[in-house]
Design a protein around this ligand. Structure first.
Ligand SMILES: Cc1cc2nc3c(=O)[nH]c(=O)nc-3n(C[C@H](O)[C@H](O)[C@H](O)COP(=O)(O)OP(=O)(O)OC[C@H]3O[C@@H](n4cnc5c(N)ncnc54)[C@H](O)[C@@H]3O)c2cc1C
Length: 441
């Protein structure tokens, strides 16, 4: 049996980060990865056209971001695109009314002011919420306090529904009241025209990473950890860091023996994998508004398809990105790709006319069907509290460590959260502080 100081399960950003830091500290480390590639939920598709990030795209705020620092150190090109936090007004956005008519500047300003009023109210309402409250419950309280007409309130209600869907891939009634507490953007947002996958690739340089290793059992005791793969290979180490997404962790295909203690199993039971898919459409020419970062439509026609992001500047190809998020992703799962495109195009033609051409290129994700993630990222179900993410990372028996986006309270569901959780896990393994710059130095 192969023996190591630390075995790490998963070569996503959290796994390679922990491995890099432990390797630099002199440990014998192996990373076991189920897929035929590293990077996990950072995944750049280079087939068929321009580099396309099928997983993460954005750094949601570059101020004090370790990912921005790492990307700069690695020489990764970044393009400003500050519209990834479902902000209503960060950058120019073309807002369309329920009738499909573009709002005037004054109408848009009034709509955005209403959103800010509800957001301000939400802070207090969420702080006073009860454990069983959903994000819908707190939204309704904040809306009721405004004393608006039904129509005016409905526009903001829709906006908040869509924010829950685009930020967390979940229907507003299934997310806990605190589910968007972390949802802040510090500084400009950026995307990577050459691909987010370069981050993990740079961090992984010089590491012992074994691909096609589907781990199915992790057995731990005070003496250390045994890790077994589906093909019967075994790895033994003093410590293990498990970075698989919680969709894998809670599936029957991944066994931890003895099972996670209640201190971990209980908070884990309130985190769920979401439903969030990307749809990239390329066109022969731009037919939409000039000089906007995004297009949004209000009203019932926008229930599923309400937002499109103009990615044309990234590669010079006219491209719109939209999301099937929450109910749209759940209900279109298994649809024929052509039917999904037709449905999206119906809405674009409603806004821009029947002359809108069919897309010449389509890329669509299927994270819900991915056996190594079971969704895009974790959301907080009813009753979940932000600090419960961190609770998952408390070392178990001194030998077993959980890491990954879902274990980082401050900024879960993100690449920075994954990176910082890997940094923390490495420190916990060694029992000492490590400079985060060691990841990219
Ligand atoms: C569509 C989408 C859009 C997103 N957008 C953004 C964004 O714009 N900005 C942002 O910051 N974040 C975004 N995210 C979230 C971000 O990608 C993740 O939070 C982050 O990449 C997670 O890193 P991780 O290391 O925790 O997990 P992962 O990257 O999932 O790494 C875990 C690894 O474990 C492997 N694994 C799973 N099961 C096994 C097994 N049985 N044996 C061995 N290995 C296994 C997986 O293959 C994977 O490589 C997005 C994610 C998706 C899917």
């Amino acid at each position: 049996m192969a023996e190591f100081d630390t075995v790490i399960i998963g070569a996503g950003v959290s796994g390679v980060t922990a491995a890099k830091l432990l390797h630099r500290a002199g440990q014998r480390v192996v990373v076991l990865e189920a897929r035929d590639r590293i990077g996990g939920r950072t995944w750049t598709d280079r087939t068929d056209g321009d580099p396309t990030d099928r997983g993460a795209s954005w750094i949601h705020g570059i101020d004090d971001s370790p990912v921005a620092e790492a990307a700069t150190a690695f020489g990764m090109r970044m393009v400003e695109f500050t519209v990834g936090g479902y902000q209503p007004d960060s950058r120019p956005i073309a807002h369309y009314s329920p009738a499909g008519i573009r709002l005037t500047d004054n109408e848009a300003a009034a709509y955005v002011a209403d959103i800010h009023a509800v957001n301000a109210e939400l802070v207090e309402v969420i702080a006073a919420s009860a454990p069983g409250d959903s994000y819908r419950d707190v939204t309704e309280v904040a809306l009721a306090r405004q004393g608006w007409s039904a129509e005016r309130a409905q526009r903001v209600r829709e906006y908040v529904e869509h924010r829950a869907e685009e930020q967390y891939g979940v229907w507003i009634e299934e997310m806990g009241a605190h589910g968007l507490d972390d949802d802040t953007v510090n500084g400009d947002e950026v995307v990577f025209p050459d691909g987010y996958d370069q981050l993990a690739a740079h961090i992984a340089e010089g590491l012992d990473i074994r691909l096609h290793q589907v781990v199915d059992t992790v057995t731990w005791s005070a003496d250390g950890v045994d890790v077994r793969t589906a093909h019967g290979e075994e790895f033994r180490a003093a410590s293990a860091i498990v970075t698989v997404p919680i969709g894998v962790l809670t599936s029957g295909a991944f066994t931890i023996d003895p099972p996670l203690p209640e201190t971990h199993a209980d908070p884990l039971s309130r985190l769920k994998m979401n439903a969030f898919e990307k749809i990239f459409l390329t066109f022969p020419e731009k037919f939409w508004d000039e000089d906007v970062y995004a297009i949004r439509q209000q009203g019932p026609e926008g229930r599923w398809w309400h937002s499109w992001y103009d990615l044309s500047t990234l590669h010079g190809t006219p491209t719109l990105l939209t999301f099937a998020a929450g109910p749209a992703a759940v209900q279109t799962r298994g649809w024929d790709a052509g039917d999904i495109v037709d449905d999206v195009m119906t809405q674009l033609r409603r806004l821009y006319g029947e002359g809108v051409p069919d897309p010449t290129g389509v890329k669509m994700t299927a994270w819900q069907d991915d056996p190594f993630s079971h969704g895009a990222y974790a959301y907080m179900a009813i009753g979940s509290l932000p600090e419960e993410h961190d609770q998952l990372a408390v070392p178990i028996g001194g030998v077993l460590h959980l890491a990954g986006e879902a274990t980082w309270s401050d900024d879960p569901a993100t690449v920075p959260g994954a990176m910082l959780s890997g940094h923390r896990a490495a420190q916990n393994v060694l029992g000492q502080d490590l400079p985060i710059e060691d990841i990219w130095a």
